[in-house]
Design a protein around this ligand. Structure first.
Ligand code: ZN
Length: 112
C-alpha cells in the first residue's frame, strides 16, 4: 500500500463523494480503485488472471471456491495470486470474497 497525494477540482471531489457514499459506504480509496478498474476494462486493457497459488492453512472450516467441498480447519488450501493478464478465465474485477481452492481443483486448473 502506498499513500498517493494528488489534487482534484471541486466538481470531481463532489462526484467522488457521491459515488463513494452511494456504492462504497463512503470509502473513497475503494471508489477510486473501482473507477480505475472500470476504466481499464473499457479502455480495452487486460483483466486479472490467476498467476499462481500460495498455500494457506485453513483457520476454520472452509469451502473450496471451485468444487464447494468442505475442508477442516488445519487443512492446506490454496489462495490464487492474481496478476494483470488475459485468457479464457480472466476476471474484470479482483474478487472481494475469500477465495481458497483445494489441491485437486488447483491441479485441474494448472493442467487445463
Ligand atoms: Zn476444490
Amino acid at each position: 500500500m502506498q499513500r498517493l497525494n494528488f489534487t482534484l477540482d471541486e466538481e470531481t471531489i463532489r462526484l467522488l463523494d457521491q459515488l463513494a457514499q452511494k456504492y462504497y459506504h463512503g470509502n473513497k480509496s475503494l471508489t477510486v480503485r473501482s473507477a480505475l478498474e472500470s476504466l481499464a476494462v473499457h479502455a480495452g486493457h487486460e483483466g486479472w488472471s490467476v498467476g499462481g497459488y500460495t498455500g494457506v492453512v485453513a483457520d476454520e472450516r472452509t469451502q473450496c471456491h471451485t468444487c464447494g467441498e468442505m475442508h477442516d480447519k488445519g487443512n492446506v488450501l490454496y489462495r490464487p495470486v492474481f496478476q494483470r493478464g488475459d485468457g479464457p478465465r480472466v476476471l474484470t474485477h479482483l474478487p472481494v470474497e475469500i477465495w481458497l481452492e483445494c489441491a485437486s481443483c488447483v491441479e485441474r486448473q494448472v493442467v487445463a
